[in-house]
Design a protein around this ligand. Structure first.
Ligand SMILES: Cc1ncc(COP(=O)(O)O)c(C=O)c1O
Length: 355
């Protein structure tokens, strides 16, 4: 019996537009190979920076491309976080949490509910301690919870940031991967461009390209540029030029629609299976992204994980994201709808009978 993974927050292999990307890479190299195959500017491939700048309504000089957005997060955190207080959501994406702790930041997890980060809890945190270096926030289809911050709260958080001169990093890799409903305005838009914004082509095209991007306030852009130059001189231009060809030939939107159809069916399959097989468990019901967040009603997720792995299914326990002992993250992005049904049935069998 092979293990079914609800742990992997990566797209299913059939989401990846392999043949078209092969053609895009070839065309990009033939057209602009002498630029792409040499060292270039540390903020990345100029034509792609221009395409992103136009979509975001900013000067291309503010757009910064990195080898995946996580690399940009590391640059930012290395500059700002050591020895400082940093605010994050409770729960939050595990990798930034680890990076911040390893850099010696004092990480404060701020309470969230079904509408996302609680602005009153944020205000309290801002009043209670030393001024934070920044607030790291994933407002849309959050990793790990799948939650989306309401518009009212987005406005309130932007106001609080202005009042307290707080830098906000809005991480938004999942916003475009929406299965139903209307997109909400980003904090970046609501703030008139004052927050730092990051996104990525990992969820909309392919993570292996390693193309992430940021729109920074100007002073921060210069700091991050210094880190990028010192670390790798130039990011991987071939991946960026391949993305550039992909978007310019008009493949971005149709591919995104295809990915949303594939992943929306998986989201539906997982919600239906959880509703059917896990009656004592509460789940979030995200309209996009990759994840469900389970509250297990007092069942220890670490014990459940041990039993689940023996039964042939795996997930990530909520404590890895700073969450409570009886919470868990299930990713529906990687596995097929059939595997989702089987995996949730295995999970149900691993739950204690009393739950
Ligand atoms: C919230 C969030 N930010 C950033 C990343 C990393 O993206 P990238 O592949 O661009 O480094 C992920 C990947 O899972 C993520 O969930």
């Amino acid at each position: 019996m092979s293990t079914i993974s609800f742990a992997r927050g990566v797209p299913a292999p059939e989401c990846l537009p392999v043949e078209e990307l092969a053609d895009c890479a070839r065309v990009a190299l033939e057209r602009d190979g002498r630029t792409i195959l040499s060292y270039g500017p540390s903020p990345g491939y100029a034509p792609l920076r221009e395409w992103i700048a136009e979509r975001q309504g900013v000067d291309p000089a503010r757009v910064f491309l990195t080898n995946g957005s996580l690399q940009g997060f590391v640059f930012l955190a290395q500059r700002l976080a050591p020895g400082r207080r940093v605010l994050v959501e409770l729960p939050t994406y595990d990798r930034p949490l680890k990076i911040l702790r390893e850099l010696g930041a004092d990480v404060d997890l701020v309470a969230c509910d079904d509408e996302g980060l609680d602005p009153d809890a944020l205000e309290q945190a801002l009043r209670d301690g030393p001024a934070p270096a920044f607030l790291y926030l994933i407002p849309t289809f959050q990793n790990p919870s799948g939650r989306t911050l309401s518009v009212e709260r987005r406005r309130r958080i932007v106001e609080l940031a202005q009042e307290h001169d707080l830098l906000v990093l809005e991480d938004d890799p999942y916003g475009l991967v929406r299965y139903e409903g209307e997109a909400l305005p980003s904090l970046f838009e609501l703030s008139g461009g004052h927050v730092a914004y990051s996104s990525s082509f990992s969820k909309t095209i392919a993570p292996g390209l390693r193309v992430g991007w940021f729109v920074f306030p100007e002073a921060l852009a210069r700091e991050v540029e210094a880190s990028a130059t010192a670390t790798y001189i130039t990011p991987v231009l071939l991946g960026q030029a391949t993305v550039d060809e992909f978007v310019r030939r008009g493949s971005f939107e149709p591919n995104l629609e295809r990915v949303k159809r594939l992943l929306g069916a998986r989201r539906d399959a997982m919600l239906a299976a959880v509703d059917r097989d896990l009656p004592g468990v509460t789940t979030t019901r995200p309209s996009g992204g990759y994840f469900l967040w389970l509250e297990l009603g007092g069942v220890d997720a670490a014990d459940l994980l041990t039993r689940a792995e023996a039964a042939g299914v795996t997930f990530v326990k909520g404590t890895d994201f700073g969450g409570a002992f009886d919470t868990a993250r299930l990713a529906f992005s990687f596995v097929s709808p059939d595997e989702i049904r089987d995996g949730v049935a295995r999970l149900a069998a691993a739950l204690p009978v009393t739950a």
